[in-house]
Design a binder for this molecule. Sequence first.
Ligand SMILES: *[C@@H]1O[C@H](CO)[C@@H](O)[C@H](O)[C@H]1NC(C)=O
Ligand SMILES: *[C@@H]1O[C@H](CO)[C@@H](O)[C@H](O)[C@H]1NC(C)=O
Ligand SMILES: *[C@@H]1O[C@H](CO)[C@@H](O)[C@H](O)[C@H]1NC(C)=O
Length: 397
Amino acid sequence: MVLITGVLCDLTPEEQQELDSIQRRKQELLADIQRLKVEIAEVTHEIESLGLTEERKNIHKSKQVAMGRKKFNMDPKKGIQFMIENGLLKSTCEDIAQFLYKGEGLNKTAIGDYLGERDDLNIHVLHIFVELHEFMDLNLVQALRQFLWSFRLPGEAQKIDRMMETFAQRYCQCNPEVFQSTDTCYILSFAIIMLNTSLHNPNVKDKPSVDRFIAMNRGINNGGDLPEELLRNLYDSIKNEPFKIPQDDGNDLTHTFFNPDREGWLLKLGGGRVKTWKRRWFILTDNCLYYFEYTTDKEPRGIIPLENLGIQEVEDSKKNNCFELFIPDNKDQVIKACKTEADGRVVEGNHTVYRISAASPEEKEEWIKCIKAAISKDPFYEMLAARKKKVSSIKRN
Ligand SMILES: *[C@@H]1O[C@H](CO)[C@@H](O)[C@H](O)[C@H]1NC(C)=O
Ligand SMILES: *[C@@H]1O[C@H](CO)[C@@H](O)[C@H](O)[C@H]1NC(C)=O
Ligand SMILES: *[C@@H]1O[C@H](CO)[C@@H](O)[C@H](O)[C@H]1NC(C)=O
């Protein structure tokens, strides 16, 4: 204490002044630092809370995107509408097409349904979607692999036709030297898809050779032949590796194009003298209608080949939702069909018409549609045949 007092006492007035000013500056500095600290704390807090809301916004957004995808997978149109309304997607065909092309979290069946719709908007989106595919320097099989993997083709002939036409246009745009016309590309695409089934489906016993494949595609290049080398390459590619389609349910595309099969319970009016309605399990396949007593039966009770038959809706006094199979222009002739008697004998059927009743108007419509498709020459064969005729006649004209 003595010492300190002594020291203090030893200061000259100037020194004392200087010391005081140093002390003051120190105080001021400390106050400044304190203020800065508070400011920093405030700013940091602001930044943190800013980050938090940003983060919260992001979480909210990704939740909405997930919701949009879910909605899309259940109902594509509603899903797209939801995304647009919530600012997750711009309302332009380009943006929608991009969204589908990326396809993240989207069900490929739903993508196919959306792209297949007949509205102008959907058709426009389809075109942009297909143009997002890059096919330059790919052979047709490689391009088809890419294309058919990006969505699942819907089952309806008109839709498939539109989509495959768009594909053929894009392929020819990317590879202008390969085919004489988009029709050639279209026809060959179908030939390749059918080749895939012939070569890889175990139910198809008859496996075409490469020479037969080449022969089958004669004249499709606007009347001329495609280079054998090209066809051989495509054949080998398919032979070495089957086409994959998304959500492969065992029904390959050939099945989708050419067999609108169906099965289910229906009531059938008996052909005997006493007419009774019997519940039967019907299976429509291979252009025939088979019916069984039980779903698990191995042998059908009856087989009705659909060739040359007609189908029409009819009113029945006892049953709703009826339709009839009949022979056009031939009222009294018995329909060529067979059935198994209770004792196991197989006998010819004795129906001039088959009258059938479905459980609901919707089921009736579906059955009529599918049976019509099976009866009429398949719309696909017709569409393909028309194009083949077109490309093979060009040379002559
Ligand atoms: C996609 O949708 C189809 C039809 O709704 C459905 O059968 C299929 O299981 C779905 N696929 C996936 C992976 O969810
Ligand atoms: C190709 O054949 C395989 C085997 O039958 C089948 O799983 C696949 O779906 C077929 N691909 C197309 C595009 O039809
Ligand atoms: C077929 O039905 C007609 C009348 O509906 C009957 O007269 C005829 O005997 C039947 N034939 C057979 C083989 O059951």
